[in-house]
Design a protein around this ligand. Structure first.
Ligand code: PMP
Length: 412
């Protein structure tokens, strides 16, 4: 199944190391992805040769830095098919993007008695900002239930989406279940009821092509560090007409138009949301990451990861006593896979895999309400990216078998 993507591993120095004396099997890209040399070089070139502050002074270096920063904004707009670069706000992360929408737009449109609709599978980043907004405004936070296979219960969604709903906020891909949610359809249903659609794209944008106009998302948030870019750079896409109405939430330099002693006016979006010196190197790294992903091809990445997921789902379903949370059909399952092995604690399984050089994550995955919903306190999560190979997947399967044998022998 080498369609050329496997060779990309050579672009990552990171994979050349041993972990606990074993070849590294990195299965934690949903937490953060690795960076290829081209991204590291773009960031380091910026700091070596072009480092200057943006949007401030008319000198050669500052205009060079500003040009690169704004070119990164254009690149991001192209990557998610936004109509206008000015609808791209640079933030620190998905978390900051979603907080910005909840604080600025949420405070603007939500009033007492309104409802905010989210799902039982949301990451805390797409839950707590809405919980806080509901508390501030005496609004109600309503949860859409899930089907037994971890897909969103669309009947429940249609029942709960009413004229009282002001905002619908849903992950395009669950960071635990790997479920791919039908955002386009949900956005259509939301708009029919006069509600706004906010999408948490943290686990989606790195893995398949996203078209925010086709989805008709009002807001779309994602993080650079999950798609090969440095940590500390994130994106909030918003429809320009909405961004224009929204008040800033942070105040200071760079975001103003005119300042008097007692009052001030704001720059136009997106700059009014980017107070202070932004993460210029991060934005440049994100542009290089997008170049890298686009050279591979997002459709190719999606198809390759689906093939890997089919193999891992099949392999894991043959391990006795292993429970998979989320859809069993690879076509409906993005590159995140959560499971538990019999009654073993997720942390013990992750530790046993770690000793074999297999790096997975264990815990509640910042989704405690989902853990309660599933009736568990923790799960193991393996997550994949285009640089993972068939060998990585085979090692996970055999590593789990070995872990199972080890603990059953120990129990004797
Ligand atoms: N939403 C989802 C679905 C995620 O997986 C994550 C990261 N685990 C986040 C939001 C938050 O991303 P960040 O920590 O980069 O803000």
């Amino acid at each position: 199944m080498d369609n050329g993507l496997n060779n990309s591993r050579n672009d990552f120095e990171f994979f050349q190391q041993l972990i606990n004396g074993e070849k590294l099997d990195y299965l934690d890209s949903a937490a953060t992805a690795q960076r290829p040399v081209s991204v590291l070089k773009a960031v380091s070139d910026f700091y070596r040769h072009d480092n200057a502050n943006v949007h401030r002074s008319i000198n050669t270096l500052s205009s060079r830095a500003t040009d690169s920063y704004e070119a990164a904004r254009d690149k991001v707009a192209g990557f998610i098919h936004a109509a206008d670069s000015q609808s791209i706000v640079f933030t620190r992360s998905t978390t900051e993007s979603l907080n910005l929408v909840a604080r600025s737009f949420g405070d603007l449109v939500v009033t007492a008695g309104d409802e905010i609709l989210i799902s039982e599978m949301e990451h805390h980043s797409n839950l707590i900002p809405w919980q806080q907004l509901a508390q501030r405004k005496q609004a109600k936070l309503v949860y859409i239930g899930l089907q037994a296979d971890g897909e969103l219960n669309m009947t429940d969604l249609k029942r709960k989406l009413t004229s009282r709903t002001k905002i619908v906020a849903i992950a395009q891909v669950s960071n635990v279940l790997g479920t791919i949610n039908p955002i386009k359809e949900i956005a259509r249903l939301a708009h029919e009821q006069g509600a706004y659609m906010v999408v948490d794209g943290a686990q989606a944008a790195p893995h398949f092509a996203v078209d925010v106009q086709d989805l008709d998302a009002d807001f779309y948030a994602f993080s650079g560090h999950k798609m090969l870019a440095p940590a500390g750079i994130g994106v909030l896409y918003g429809k320009k007409a909405l961004l224009d109405q929204m008040p800033p939430v942070q105040f200071g330099g760079e975001m103003i138009d005119r300042v008097d002693e007692q009052s001030a006016t704001w720059a136009a979006a997106p700059l009014k949301f980017e107070a202070g010196t932004p993460n210029i190197g991060g934005a440049i790294g994100l542009a290089a990451a997008i170049d890298y992903l686009q050279a591979l091809g997002m459709d190719k990445i999606e198809a390759y990861e689906q093939d890997l997921m089919a193999i891992v789902l099949k392999g894991l379903s043959q391990i006795d006593g292993l429970t998979i949370y989320g859809p069993l059909d690879a076509a409906k399952h993005a590159s995140v896979l959560a499971f538990n092995l019999g009654k073993l604690h997720a942390h013990d399984v992750a530790t046993a895999l770690d000793l074999q050089g297999i790096e997975v994550r264990a815990g509640d995955h910042c989704a405690q309400p989902l853990m309660h919903y599933l009736g568990i306190s923790a799960a193991v999560r393996a997550s994949f990216y285009f640089y993972n190979t068939r060998d990585d997947v085979d090692r996970l399967i055999s590593g789990l078998q070995r872990t199972k044998e080890f603990f059953s022998n120990a129990a004797r």
